[in-house]
Design a protein around this ligand. Sequence first.
Ligand code: GTP
Ligand code: CDP
Ligand code: MG
Length: 194
Amino acid sequence: MYCIFDQINAALVRGPGSGKGTQCEKIVAKYGYTHLSSGDLLRAEVASGSERGKQLQAIMQKGELVPLDTVLDMIKEAMIAKADVSKGYLIDGYPREVKQGEEFEKKIGAPALLLYVDAKAETMVKRLMKRGETSGRADDNEETIKKRLDLYYKATEPVIAYYEKCSIVRKVSRNTERNMMLQSNMTSVLSLTP
Ligand SMILES: Nc1nc2c(ncn2[C@@H]2O[C@H](COP(=O)(O)OP(=O)(O)OP(=O)(O)O)[C@@H](O)[C@H]2O)c(=O)[nH]1
Ligand SMILES: Nc1ccn([C@@H]2O[C@H](COP(=O)(O)OP(=O)(O)O)[C@@H](O)[C@H]2O)c(=O)n1
Ligand SMILES: [Mg+2]
C-alpha cells in the first residue's frame, strides 16, 4: 500500500492480515489522508451484485489476484472522486506485483515514500483466523489465507525490492504486538518527507 498525491508523503506495504487497514485508520486520524483500500473497493463491487462483482468474488475467495486494469481503474476512479477534497491518498493493498506498480506510475503517478512493515507469517495467519470469526469475509479461512500469504511472498514482496531501487522504502519491523512502535516510526518517517 502506498500514498500517491500531490504533497507526496509516506507509503506502507504489508502482508495479508498484517494490519494495513488498522494502521491506515490511525494514519488517517493523525494526518488526514484519504484511505483507499483496494480490497474494500473490490468488496463493494462484489456487494453491489453486478456481473463484474460476481466475477471478482470468484477470484477473491480463492485468494488470487483480480485483473490489473480492473483494480487500477477502481482506484483511479476513487481518487478522482476525492481529488478536490483530498490532502493525499493512502493506497492500501496495491500494488500486489511489480507490474501493478509500473502501471500505476504510468496512469496516475509515482509514490514518494514506501514504508515496508513486515510481520511474521504466523502472526498474520493468527490475526486473520481471529478476524474470520466475525469479519464475514469469504477469504478469511485457513485455506485461502495460506494462498494469500503464498501470493504475497511470491508476487508482492518483489515490489519492495523494486521501490528500494529508487530508495523510497523505509523498513519497520512489526513483529511485536505493540502498534505504538509503528506509530512513532510513522511520525518520524512522515516528518522526514518533503
Ligand atoms: N494484536 C494485534 N492485532 C492487530 C494489529 N493490527 C491489526 N490487528 C488485527 O489483525 C486483523 C487484521 O488487521 P487488518 O488491519 O484488517 O489487516 P489488513 O492487512 O488490512 O488485512 P487484509 O485486508 O486482509 O489485507 C484485524 O482483526 C485487526 O484487528 C496489532 O498491531 N496487534
Ligand atoms: N490490488 C489488489 C487488492 C486486492 N485483491 C484481491 O482482494 C482480496 C482482498 O484484498 P485485501 O487487501 O483486503 O486483503 P489481503 O489480500 O491483503 O489479505 C485479495 O486477496 C485479492 O484476491 C487483488 O486481487 N488485487
Ligand atoms: Mg485490509
